[in-house]
Every structure is written in structure tokens, then in C-alpha cells.
Design a protein around this ligand. Structure first.
Ligand SMILES: *Cc1c(COP(=O)(O)O)cnc(C)c1O
Length: 358
């Protein structure tokens, strides 16, 4: 049905780091997947090759006009030795949505997930199994045409990398300190905020750097039109528990449609927690804090899973949340999601795809 993936195995295998030394995204496995696209030909030459540098002409379109998109998901080693992926078809669909927005070619969903499975199976010895560790999977598509006129590239490459990772924050799931950014914005209506594309991250670096140099872990982004409404926290979707209701901003094209966000909405609904997807003014959050009703806040995304927020800094004012401790709903979500992802809790939702190891 698809072109067979050719496998060129690495001669030398690299030493693997100890589970306790793992950070985020600084070690790569022995192999990577690659596939090329050309207009009129389509995707072709799928192959698994030793991990290493790629060669591109300096005129390649990706260096100049930002036609790059990526994805992020994880493989987990279950207690029974099975290898599990979490909702990989949702990543395939989102990659294709990002591709469409950036005038890039989509990838067949079955082909995409099949490539991930074959690569993960080959490098399965790299999957760590200590608590909080996993094998992070990073697909990226970039434009390769050697051409400086501004137009969509006619050629592209898809690469899939694997990286064994530890907890996203060195301190584990300790609550984070968040700086509310009131000057720069991450995205605006009509833009590319809903696409996982490189430019969305480059534009965030300066504000994130400034926040970090003042001792904050992440930036809370406000909307690009009025700088009034909450959008995302770092590269995570954000939730607030106001009294007994949990609220999160709606998907209106300016925020990334997170798969963790969607999973959290399903879990909360399943537990009978009242949830609202709606615009949330920062003033509403501040008022709730002052009234003692801002009970919990947390960011959600594949890398950190659930990241509690212990403090919000806004316009010179520090607002502590839940005395800087991880909240009850936050902790319950973390346990429930990581339990499903590692295969130690039942998967009622059909989110898990098991990797065939041989
Ligand atoms: C990837 C990402 C998220 C989280 O998406 P998940 O599918 O849950 O990993 C949220 N916001 C931004 C900006 C992202 O890039």
C-alpha cells in the first residue's frame, strides 16, 4: 500500500544515559526516520537511517521564509514491558492542519503513525522506564527548495527524531512561577497561533528570556488584540479552577489545539467536574484571586503533562495560588493522565496505541 520503509542500521550504538540523568531534549537515539516530498511526485523514499546531520543548500526555503512545522508526542514503557503511544493519530491530524496553514503538503496518517511505530520499535532499548521519563518523539517537516523567490517550496523533508527525556522541569511537578506578559504577544487573530510552526516559538523567546532573568519559569500570554484575555502559558494550554468551575480559553485560531488539553477536558467531564471553554479576562483571574476563589491554575502539554502554577506576576503584583502548592484537581489529572499513558490505569477513551515490537 505504501512504499516500504528502507532500514539502514547504525553500525555503532551510542551509550545510553542513566534514567536519573535525563533532562529534556538533549540526547537522541541511534536512528531517525526521513522521507522526501516533491511536487508532482508526492512523498517518496521513506527510510530509517543513523541519527546525524542533514545537508541543505543555504538557499533552502526553510532558512528564509519559515515553512517549518513540527509535532511532539511520547512513547511510554508500560509496567508489563509493552510500548505505548498516546493518541498518535491526533498528532497526525494536527500536523496536517499545520501543513495546510503553511501551504505545505500533508502526510498520510497511517503512514505517519506507521513510521513512528517502526522507528520506536527499532530504538526500543532507548525507552526509559523510571517514573516521569519517556521517549519523546519529534516529527518535523521543512521546506528544502533552493530558491529565493517568495512562494511555497516545491520540495520538503519529513524527519522523525527520538529523544529519551526526564521530567520537563528539573524540580519534577513542583509549582511554577509565571510572568504575565503585557507588552509582547504570541499570536493574533488571523495569524498562525493554531499551527505548530517555528515562528510561533522564535517570537516568544525575548519575553521568555526577560521573564526568566527575573526568576520566572514561563510567560502567560494574553490575546493579541486587546491584551486582556488569557491565551497560553509558555508552550502549554492553560486551565484555572475558579471556585468549583474549571475554565480554559476556547480554540479560536490563536491558541494551539493541544491534545493534552483535549484529554483534560474529557477527564474532567468524565469526573462530573463543571468545565467551561470560554474567553477569560485576566481581570477575572485577578478578581477571583482577590476573592479567594482562584483555587488552582495549571498548564498542560505533552512535554510537562500537567504543570501546576504556584504564582502569577502581573503589573508588579504577585498572586500566590493555593499557597504555592500543587492543587487537588491538578494532582488528580497528573496521576490519571500519566497512569493511562504508562498503561497502569485503564484506557476508557481508546487513547493508547500499542507499538508492535516484532
Ligand atoms: C504543543 C503545544 C501545546 C500542547 O499541545 P499538546 O498536544 O498537548 O502537546 C500547547 N501550546 C503550544 C504553543 C504548543 O506548541
Amino acid at each position: 500500500m505504501y512504499e516500504q520503509i528502507k532500514v539502514y542500521e547504525a553500525g555503532d550504538r551510542k551509550p545510553k544515559p542513566l534514567d536519573e540523568d535525563l533532562r529534556f531534549g538533549d540526547v537522541f537515539t541511534d536512528h531517525m526516520f526521513m522521507m522526501d516530498y516533491a511536487e508532482g511526485v508526492g512523498w517518496h523514499d521513506p527510510r530509517i537511517v543513523p541519527y546525524g546531520p542533514v545537508s541543505l543548500p543555504p538557499a533552502a526555503a526553510c532558512f528564509h521564509y519559515g515553512q517549518t512545522i513540527f509535532e511532539g508526542l511520547k512513547a511510554y514503557r508500560g509496567p508489563d514491558g509493552r510500548v505505548l503511544l498516546f493518541r498518535p493519530y491526533d498528532n497526525a491530524r494536527r500536523l496536517n492542519a499545520s501543513a495546510e496553514r503553511l501551504c505545505m503538503p500533508g502526510v498520510d496518517e497511517e503512514m505517519f503513525v506507521g513510521a513512528i511505530e517502526q522507528l520506536v520499535a527499532l530504538d526500543q532499548d532507548w525507552i526509559p522506564d523510571a517514573e516521569g521519563t519517556s521517549l519523546y518523539i519529534r516529527p518535523v517537516v521543512y521546506a528544502t527548495e533552493e530558491h529565493l523567490a517568495l512562494k511555497p517550496s516545491s520540495t520538503y523533508t519529513l524527519v522523525i527524531l527520538l529523544s529519551p527525556v526526564g521530567p520537563y522541569y528539573r524540580r519534577g511537578i513542583a509549582p511554577t512561577k509565571i510572568y504575565v506578559e503585557t507588552e509582547q504577544v504570541r499570536s493574533s487573530p488571523g495569524g498562525v497561533g493554531a499551527a505548530k510552526t517555528g515562528g510561533n516559538y522564535a517570537r516568544c523567546l525575548q519575553a521568555e528570556f526577560r521573564a526568566a532573568s527575573q526568576g520566572y519559569d514561563q510567560v502567560l500570554w494574553l490575546d493579541g488584540r486587546e491584551r486582556k484575555y488569557v491565551e497560553e502559558v509558555g508552550a502549554m494550554n492553560v486551565f484555572f479552577r475558579l471556585g468549583e468551575t474549571v475554565v480554559t480559553p476556547p480554540l479560536c485560531g490563536t491558541i494551539l489545539p493541544g491534545i493534552t488539553r483535549d484529554s483534560v477536558l474529557h477527564l474532567l467531564g468524565d469526573w462530573g467536574v463543571e468545565v467551561e471553554e470560554r474567553k477569560i479576562g485576566l481581570s477575572e483571574v485577578v478578581d477571583a484571586h482577590d476573592a479567594g476563589l482562584l483555587l488552582e491554575a495549571f498548564g498542560v502539554g505533552t512535554a510537562a503533562v500537567i504543570s501546576p502554577i504556584g504564582l502569577l506576576h502581573w503589573n508588579g503584583k504577585d498572586m500566590e495560588i493555593n499557597e504555592g502548592r500543587t492543587g487537588e484537581v491538578t494532582a488528580r489529572l497528573y496521576d490519571a493522565l500519566t497512569g493511562i499513558q504508562r498503561g497502569s490505569a485503564e484506557d476508557h477513551f481508546g487513547w493508547i496505541a500499542e507499538v508492535r515490537l516484532r
